[in-house]
Write a protein that binds this ligand. Structure first.
Ligand code: G16
Ligand code: MG
Length: 222
């Protein structure tokens, strides 16, 4: 294992609740629609614009607005979201992650972020983790979102490691699919039922250690 490719939301910190809060407010204020709680997990790993389009579809309003208006809504959501995440601190890092980053660095493993979020650099800065990563893949540079492999391939390219030599960590089904499609080893965080395509699944981030990742990598490549 030469590199580890990290999803952000749900692996490094839990931003899904802030995304949902911002989307709910936007949907209510601009579209007069109440979003069901299921959207919090349904929008995980989905890009900002794709999320907006899913919400419009849910509201039965997909043909009502021009591209410019849809973009404006997405931008308004981002402003609400930025306000939420500006309060993030080191205390918002998920359990076990700081220790894992230290262990990986001590073992000479390169670390890269493969998030769909354009706010990933800002979030990592807020968490005090920016310096721990060797690279952050830019989602604006990739053509297809998760479950397509693009962002994981880009994250591996950024650290100059072949995806086959990398382990990817994800909490979303579409993310696990993306890791596998990139040719990397997939470690899922969450329920075995949802993430059954992963090579190894752990219940939560506190179970993520160098040994668990290395074992998953060895098991898959033997
Ligand atoms: C995250 C979230 C998604 C969000 C996407 C884009 O993905 O899970 O809900 O829509 O980023 O975020 P932004 O609007 O900040 O660009 P990931 O890949 O980190 O799980
Ligand atoms: Mg995620």
């Amino acid at each position: 294992m030469q590199g580890v490719l990290f999803d952000l939301d749900g692996v490094i910190t839990d931003t899904a609740k802030f995304h949902f809060k911002a989307w709910s407010r936007l949907a209510k204020e601009k579209l007069n629609v109440e979003l069901p709680k299921s959207f919090e997990s349904d929008l995980k790993g989905i890009s900002r614009l794709d999320s907006m389009n899913r919400i419009l579809k849910f509201a039965g309003l997909e043909a009502q607005y021009s591209d410019a208006e849809v973009n404006q809504f997405a931008q308004a959501k981002n402003e609400l979201y930025l306000n939420e995440i500006s309060k993030l601190t080191q205390a918002d890092i998920l359990p076990g992650i700081e220790n894992l980053l230290d262990e990986l660095a001590a073992n000479g493993v390169k670390l890269s972020v493969a998030s769909a979020s354009k706010n990933a650099p800002f979030i990592l800065e807020k968490l005090g983790l920016r310096q721990q990563f060797d690279a952050i893949a830019n989602p604006a540079k990739v053509n297809h979102g998760k479950p397509a492999p693009d962002i994981f391939i880009e994250a591996a390219n950024q650290i100059h490691v072949d995806p086959e030599q990398c382990v990817g960590i994800e909490d979303a089904k579409a993310g696990v699919e993306a890791i596998k499609a990139a040719g990397a080893t997939a470690v899922g965080v969450g329920s075995t039922m949802d993430l059954n395509e992963a090579d190894v699944v752990v219940a939560d981030t506190s179970k993520l250690t160098y040994a668990v990742l290395e074992e998953a990598f060895e098991k898959r490549t033997e």
